[in-house]
Design a protein around this ligand. Structure first.
Ligand code: FCA
Length: 331
């Protein structure tokens, strides 16, 4: 009696899973995708989610939005996505060095992974082989550098009284490339490299930029005119606020950010501030397109391109309305 029972159990074990792979086509499952972001309160990530939701509504899949601000939350979120029946996720990780742990966890659940904005770094210090969409960081930094130089020239700032206040975040590659690009272009345009004053940001938000800015200002109290750059609008706005806090007028400050949404709020204020311009990047592409790529990967088995780098558009207080409208970012 024992043998037939064992045989029956084995038969179930063998034919059970095999059936779904080789038998009649299974009823297509509805696709469910997670979208995890490191700073859910930042307008950039809110917008990525907004466009990811549009993709979900338009293409017909379910989207689970998760704010994952540290490693533990990321790993728990991946377990929970799997338990909810998701087949993949898009992520901007709170720390790029979590890449190997994220990929390993996803693999145990059979989930597909794509990174957005911040690219995973492996144990060897190299970018991991995971589909990625980021901004063309160095080139966008150079756009900022050139525009800073043009505007300081237009305002007639003398080099000897001007400094660049630069909050930095060198452990994040996309941030380091942006700020290096700024300095490269500014110096190439004739700005002295020894008037570039950097301070590392502890956090990549406005307070983080402001703290870094205050360190720079304390060390260079003689500077009369400031250029301000950084990895995003938040960093630059923090630097600008620190300078304004020391009594300098907006006319003496040229801050140029990267992002668009934080700057837009600033541009909508009645009076000009030290935030002069920003390079608009595309939350639509980073939110909609990444989700669409993930959807097609799951549904059709078509893997996303290995890496996509999106571009940016410079916009000032005078041009932002037209530029944002053109980009479909005004609703
Ligand atoms: C990073 C920054 C965000 C945004 C994004 C494109 O993740 O932290 O502010 O600039 O890249």
């Amino acid at each position: 009696m024992r043998l037939p029972l064992l045989a029956a159990l084995l038969a179930v074990g063998v034919t059970g899973p095999a059936c779904s792979g080789t038998g009649a086509p299974a009823k297509p499952e509805r696709v469910k995708i997670g979208f995890l972001v490191k700073q859910p309160e930042e307008p950039w990530f809110q917008n990525e989610w907004r466009f990811a939701s549009k993709a979900a509504a338009g293409l017909g899949f379910d989207l689970v939005k998760i704010g994952a601000v540290d490693g533990e939350r990321v790993l728990t979120a991946i377990d929970s996505l799997s338990a909810q029946g998701a087949q993949g996720f898009v992520i901007c990780t709170p720390d790029v060095r979590l890449g190997p742990a994220i990929v390993a966890k996803a693999r145990t659940h059979g989930l597909k992974v794509m990174s957005v904005d911040d690219q995973f770094v492996g144990a060897d210090g190299k970018f991991m082989d995971v589909p990625h969409m980021g901004i063309s960081a160095r080139e966008i930094g150079r756009v900022v550098g050139r525009a800073l130089h043009e505007e300081m020239t237009r305002r007639g700032f003398r080099t000897a009284e001007t400094g660049l206040c630069l909050p930095t975040r060198d452990e994040l590659d996309t941030a380091r490339e942006r700020t290096e690009g700024v300095v490269e272009a500014l110096v190439a345009a004739g700005f002295p490299a020894d008037r570039v004053y950097k301070a590392p940001q502890k956090t990549t938000d406005v307070p983080g930029g402001m703290d870094a800015g205050n360190i720079v200002l304390t060390q260079h109290a003689d500077v009369k005119k400031w250029l301000v750059a950084g990895m995003n609008d938040e960093a630059v706005l923090g630097g600008v606020r620190a300078i304004e806090g020391r009594g300098l007028k907006p006319a003496d400050i040229v801050g140029i950010g990267i992002g668009g949404d934080v700057a837009r709020v600033e541009f909508e204020r009645g009076q000009p501030t030290g935030l002069y311009a920003t390079v608009l990047i595309s939350p639509r592409r980073h939110g909609y397109e990444t989700s669409e790529l993930m959807f097609k990967w799951i549904r059709d088995g078509v893997a996303p391109p290995a890496a996509t780098y999106t571009t940016g558009l410079l916009m000032t207080r005078d041009t932002f309305k037209a530029v944002m409208q053109e980009q479909g970012l005004t609703e």
